[in-house]
Unconditional design. Structure first.
Length: 488
């Protein structure tokens, strides 16, 4: 008779966790299937992924500044569910099908991220309520929804980082090192959480052999990444990343610290839900966590929870003081650093009922998580009319010249993998006019521009050079002009 209640508890625990994963799957697949065109950076990553899936370019040739693993996930997904062959046996990939297939791996990893956070919280606090609260935070977080259903590399890197933390707490040091290496193969910023992993090694009193296993596993994956980078004929991804992200100065001026911190906090207010929900959950965690570690009954839990929070504060301050770009996705590593200690505090408190707290968090979180579009994630930079513009350009003759100062990777992706147009970039209007005049051919030429960009000066420069300009397309924030070269 004693086994019956235990089996019931196990069944209830499994059902509760399955419900959270089901909730996360509904939210994330809704995001992955949304009718939204690619952000410019998504277009960049999926262009490389499409090159691998359709054209076999698995070394990802071109100006790439990110490691390959997340792009490979998208490429495999494209090859598995979206690539088709035409009558001549040539592989094809539709732009819309490529969007969904390229975003699908991150949607799946976001689901597994919720499961991993439950595992991490359970391992750290030995309380089922802590696991459920942590999983619920991940399921309804606007950050995981915005980037889970996307082609950015951040969710895949975060997944492997959380896996490394969970494996570290389970004393599986070699596997933790392997997971850290895989996170680095998704995004270089994974190294920011290396200090936390090293601190956990010390707190767990790991032996020399454990340190060695962790280092060898992480170093082995890192070495493989360096070999892959060396095998590519292009500039190293690390050198190119340094060139793209090198600020004028390493440290921001002290006068800019408060504005930058304010901007990060404005982004971070959406970490667990809409700003009021995030503030309310944090306040509940502070209220529930009052008391000493002895009163809580477990100094190890208290120390590890404070370590997570301390690393989160250091991470936020480092991004304030150093001249990192102000991209909201850079705050994704704060999700486990904040949600895990909060889940432990809320579950440990005798002042709050976990079931009531979970229902409250669900209502608060869903209120903002289902906001469309989310105020984070870069969805506002997508151009809904670019598919029609690409179709208009694809109807032009072979080798049509397209002068494209702004659309770049976006237009290249939507033109398709086998387009026969010549896209040309010039940095300013004077260079465009001079280059267009120097091109001695009579074929059709076009100039494309977003209407929001100040492109009138570019048109004036072309007109001054003798080009006849005819507006041909103006729709959904995009414009297309036909250019007739001057006689002779």
């Amino acid at each position: 008779m004693a086994e019956r209640p235990r089996s019931h508890r196990r069944w209830h625990r499994l059902c509760a966790r399955a419900a959270i994963i089901l909730l996360a799957s509904l939210l994330h697949f809704q995001q992955a299937a949304r009718d939204q065109r690619l952000h410019p950076d998504e277009a960049l990553f999926l262009t490389f992924a499409r090159g691998a899936a359709v054209q076999g370019d698995w070394l990802l040739p071109g100006a790439l500044d990110k490691p390959p693993l997340s792009i490979y996930f998208s490429a495999v997904s494209m090859a598995a569910i979206a690539v088709t062959a035409d009558e001549g046996g040539v592989l094809q990939l539709g732009a819309r099908q490529g969007e969904f297939a390229g975003r699908l791996p991150n949607a799946l990893l976001a689901l597994l991220l919720a499961a991993l956070l439950m595992r991490l919280a359970q391992r750290l606090y030995q309380r089922e309520a802590a696991a459920l609260i942590a999983g619920l935070m991940a399921a309804v977080s606007p950050f995981t929804l915005a980037y889970g259903g996307s082609a950015f590399t951040d969710i895949s890197a975060l997944f492997w980082l959380v896996a490394a933390l969970a494996l570290m707490l389970e004393a599986r040091f070699a596997r933790a090192g392997l997971a850290l290496g895989l996170a680095l193969c998704c995004k270089q910023q994974a190294l920011f959480l290396l200090p936390l992993l090293l601190a956990l090694l010390m707190l767990l009193r790991a032996r020399k052999g454990d340190w060695l296993r962790f280092a060898l596993a992480a170093g082995g994956i890192g070495s493989a990444l360096l070999l892959w980078d060396a095998a590519r004929p292009e500039t190293s991804i690390f050198l190119l990343a340094a060139a793209h992200n090198a600020p004028a100065q390493l440290l921001t001026p002290p006068a800019a610290w408060l504005p930058r911190l304010g901007q990060w906090l404005e982004f971070g207010a959406w970490l667990l839900g809409p700003p009021l929900a995030t503030a309310g959950i944090v306040a509940l965690g502070i209220f529930a966590g009052r008391g000493s570690p002895s009163a809580a009954g477990n100094r190890r839990e208290w120390a590890l929870g404070r370590l997570f929070l301390l690393c989160g504060v250091i991470y936020l301050l480092a991004h304030t003081v150093f001249s990192f770009n102000l991209y909201d996705r850079y705050l994704l590593p704060l999700l486990p650093l904040l949600s895990i200690p909060l889940a432990g505090q809320l579950a440990r408190s005798t002042r709050l009922q976990p079931s009531a707290l979970g229902a409250l968090m669900l209502l608060l979180g869903l209120g903002g998580s289902l906001t469309t579009p989310l105020p984070i994630g870069g969805g506002g930079q997508a151009r809904p009319g670019i598919v029609d513009l690409a179709a208009q350009l694809n109807s032009k003759p072979v080798a049509t010249v397209i002068y494209d100062p702004w659309l770049g990777w976006e237009l290249g992706y939507y033109l398709g993998p086998w387009h026969d147009k010549r896209r040309v970039y010039y940095p300013d209007a004077a260079a465009l006019a001079a280059g267009a005049l120097a091109l001695k051919e009579a074929g059709e030429r076009y100039f494309v521009a977003p209407l929001a960009q100040p492109h009138a000066a570019w048109l004036r420069a072309l007109a001054a050079a003798g080009f006849a300009i005819s507006p041909e397309y103006r729709r959904a924030g995009l414009a297309l002009y036909r250019l007739a070269p001057p006689p002779g």
